[in-house]
Design a protein around this ligand. Structure first.
Ligand SMILES: NC(=O)c1ccc[n+]([C@@H]2O[C@H](COP(=O)([O-])OP(=O)(O)OC[C@H]3O[C@@H](n4cnc5c(N)ncnc54)[C@H](O)[C@@H]3O)[C@@H](O)[C@H]2O)c1
Ligand SMILES: CCCCC=O
Length: 483
């Protein structure tokens, strides 16, 4: 995707034309116009009108419609996954898993919609108070390009279940699948405009964040953009949820089940071409098993089938675009210059199929001899690059694992259950895995510590991020005035 007029920072109506590149082939397949200030306002106004209808519906009514939307997603799973693969480049095998977690999210919040309530509190003299959980209004969702349909589902499902409307802006690199979600919500019976999609990049996102009728912004993307969004939202005192980047540690103790630890490390690094926010890219391995673990990880990494992501047995497709591919390869060059050793991969890859020759493919990379101060260990690469580090003691690895501004996720592999819980209690990360990595059941909250953001997606707690609490105080006696 290229913007003919990349306009980061400009707050005015701008006509942006985006070229939609398909990463599999490296070719333009469509162009589209970005929504300007006027289109953003139209989307917000129609969402506002829909909100007036939707907020009056009972939780049971909202639940029924969300369940119907979940059913349609299940029914259209293969079609949506194919669109996601063509647009993003991830293997269709993985895209189907994303679609599963999407309809599961709608089902989960459909289940909670009818049970959102407040509490009743008795006060002296028969008086009492109660609380009501009320929707916020028109919420904005802004998404990244790595999980387009899933991100839109994870934001819209709790928002709609709570009685809100949502205007969603996908990344301009992956504008397509969110439109399918809008179509599905409409078919399921939400009022027209309740879930609106606007297209565009930074400028469109800014129009949304500063719109006076927007009540909340939920953002998924990078730390620098998250900071800008927080700043814009602060001007209107709008609450924000920030799901940002990471550089998560995965700690492998020598008493682990090594086969599972290797599988965990692969899951922690190579899903969606490594373009995953919570990836455990700093793999700390206890010295006693370093050689054995490294040998096995390299062996498994070399076996990953790279190629046309629409083929059933492909497990790694192209990266999102050419400039990101160059960016990732640049990190590998820098790692070599700083003393890391490339144990496998890290090269441009031209798949055998001639039609794929212009796609954005690379071989997944394992870096050995990594040290804490290296750029590849400190910065989010967002590509298929695993950095292996060694450690000796639990105290030492905890200190090193926490020595980062990020705090999205962390993992530990050990057979010692006391140690597992002791270590995760000390890890400064919002999501911790014991003896697994990168599983995201929608029943569990997901979100970061430190610069990886705040607020949560999924789980019961997310209801609190899409609703507000009203307190009602009821007097049953006479007014005792102090005057
Ligand atoms: N924590 C999570 O749940 C999570 C999930 C997926 C991705 N991510 C993070 O996202 C990043 C990769 O995604 P990306 O490259 O799309 O991120 P990005 O920050 O470049 O863009 C994200 C979205 O923000 C929009 N945007 C850009 N500038 C804006 C501005 N000034 N105002 C409003 N909107 C603006 C973009 O158009 C896009 O829709 C990585 O850092 C990754 O870790 C986090
Ligand atoms: C595993 C899903 C989390 C998405 C982050 O990029």
């Amino acid at each position: 995707m290229q913007s003919l007029s990349e306009t980061d920072g400009l707050i005015m109506f701008i006509l942006e034309i985006y070229l939609l590149f398909i990463p599999i082939l490296g070719r333009v397949i469509a162009t589209f116009l970005c929504s300007g200030e006027k289109e953003v306002d139209l989307a917000v106004q129609s969402a506002k009108a829909a909100f007036k209808i939707w907020r009056k519906k009972s939780g049971m009514e909202r639940s029924r419609i969300l369940l119907e939307a979940a059913r349609i997603i299940r029914e259209r799973k293969d079609e949506i996954a194919t669109v996601e693969t063509i647009n993003n480049g991830k293997s269709v095998f993985e895209a189907r898993l994303d679609i599963d977690t999407s309809w599961q999210c709608l089902e989960y919040y459909a289940g909670l919609a009818a049970s959102m309530g407040g509490e009743h509190v008795q006060l002296p003299g028969g008086s009492f108070g109660y609380t009501r959980r009320e929707p916020l209004g028109v919420c904005v969702g802004i998404g990244a390009w790595n999980y387009p349909f899933q991100i839109a589902s994870w934001k819209s499902a709790p928002a709609l279940a709570c009685g809100n409307a949502m205007v969603f802006k996908p990344s301009p690199f992956t504008p397509v699948s969110t439109l399918l979600l809008a179509e599905i919500y409409t078919e399921a019976g939400v009022p027209p405009g309740l879930f609106n999609v606007v297209q565009g990049g930074a400028a469109t996102g800014q129009f949304l964040c500063q719109h006076r009728d927007v009540a909340k912004v939920s953002f998924t993307g990078s730390v620098p953009t998250g900071k800008k969004i927080m700043e814009l939202a602060s001007k209107g005192v709008k609450p924000v949820t920030l799901e940002l980047g990471g550089k998560s540690p995965l700690i492998i103790f020598s008493d682990c089940d090594i086969e599972n630890a290797v599988r965990g490390a692969m899951m922690a690094n190579f899903l969606t071409q490594g373009e995953v926010c919570c990836n455990g890219t700093r793999v700390f391995v206890q010295r006693e098993i370093l050689d054995k673990f490294t040998e096995e990880v390299v062996k498994q990494t070399k076996k990953i089938k790279i190629g046309d992501p629409l083929e059933e047995d492909t497990r790694m497709g192209p990266l999102i675009n050419r400039s990101h591919l160059q960016h990732v390869l640049g990190f590998i060059e820098q790692a070599k210059n700083e003393g890391a050793k490339v144990l496998c991969g890290g090269d441009l890859c031209v798949p055998e199929d001639p039609k794929l020759k212009d796609g954005y493919y690379m071989t997944p990379c394992v870096l050995g001899n990594c040290k804490d101060g290296m750029t590849c260990v400190k910065e989010e690469i967002f590509g298929p690059v695993m950095s292996i580090l060694s450690f000796d003691t639990e105290a030492e690895v905890l200190e090193r694992a926490n020595d980062t501004n990020f705090g999205l996720a962390a993992g530990v592999f050990t057979r010692d259950i006391q140690r597992a819980h002791r270590v995760v209690a000390e890890l400064q990360a919002g999501v911790c895995y014991i003896n697994n990595y990168n599983v995201s059941p929608v029943e569990l909250p997901f979100g970061g510590y430190k610069m990886s953001g705040f607020g949560r997606e999924n789980g019961r707690v997310t209801i609190e991020y899409y609703s507000q609490l009203k307190t009602i105080c009821v007097e049953m006696g006479d007014v005792e005035s102090v005057f």
